[in-house]
Ligand binder design. Sequence first.
Ligand SMILES: [Zn+2]
Length: 382
Amino acid sequence: MTKRIYDTDSHKTEFEALIKSCEKADNRYRIILDETAFFPEGGGQGCDKGRLNGIEVEDVQEEGLEVIHYTKSPVEEGQRVCGVIDWDNRLRCIQHHSGEHIISGLIHEKFGYDNIGFHLGDEVTMDFNGTFTREELDELEDEANRIIAENVKVNIKYPSPEELKNMQYRSKLDLEDNVRIVEFEGYDVCACCAPHVNYSGEIGLVKIIASESYKGGTRLYLLAGLDALNNYRSLQTNNDSTVALLSAKPDETAKAVKKLKDDYEAMRLEKDELFGELINYKLMNIKEGQRNIVFFEPLFNNISLRKLINKAMEKCEGIAAGFIGNEEKGYSYIMGSKQLDLKEKAAEINDRLKGKGGGNKTMIQGSVKASKEEIIAYFKSL
Ligand SMILES: [Zn+2]
């Protein structure tokens, strides 16, 4: 059985241990030590990162009573090894996991809901069998951060089965033997096998950044400690850019964006009206009974071009054809006709104008590679 240093000392980052075995397994080595500070993956939390004799530990897994360390290079069985834990990663884990205990404890006490899931990876999520309003979550955050500021002691206990029977504690599993209890003095008692902070103040800060419905309950997204600071920093950087772009006050960017959106919508409506006017002027210049009409409209988009063609085809006896684009990139087209069957004519048009496209009897659209001159000449010949 591997002795687990983190069970009683979550802040020990360097240790020495005896190498009990080192076996090759596929392209990695499985190393078992007599004791380790490496926390193996488990309970929704990823494993510790770090090194053994300078060799990177890629994974740490629990197998029965042993902790298995996986590395790319071997170490010598029977020798002693020097292990070093990546403290930044450990700190991130204990800040979030301890933060989760405080919040889950508060939720259990206030609402009677249980924590039914926990994941500590790149994202940290905790699931509860109940729902909350944002106001309730804000209150929970306030209270959790007050407990953090109180800097309460965290005790790790291994009560006897007798003591356990008389103990009130939160637990996901029905365990009886060798139960490890993590206690935030005066606030929460919970069965847990993971390393935790020694005092609640080490958590620094907790923030619930999002919540969503999950399996009839709620999933909360948690940030603690330095991750919460980094998140604040990134939101601030983003907000600073918005402040500069909109010349807005830092706490009024949403108001400024709303105004911008309203202005944009008003301009879009104005543009539609102006295009409507422009289309009317263009139609005024068309002589009644004209055979084919060709428009080159670089300022139009598909929607305005379709409006133009829809109206122009009423005034001509052949085809009303509109083109947007340019000589270099090619033109896209919309064509309409009251008299001709464009579905039938499409093959010839595409063939003569080096294009592709199709549609129905009265309207086709597509693109061509022909030059403006060639397009005009083609419609004159029709
Ligand atoms: Zn836990």
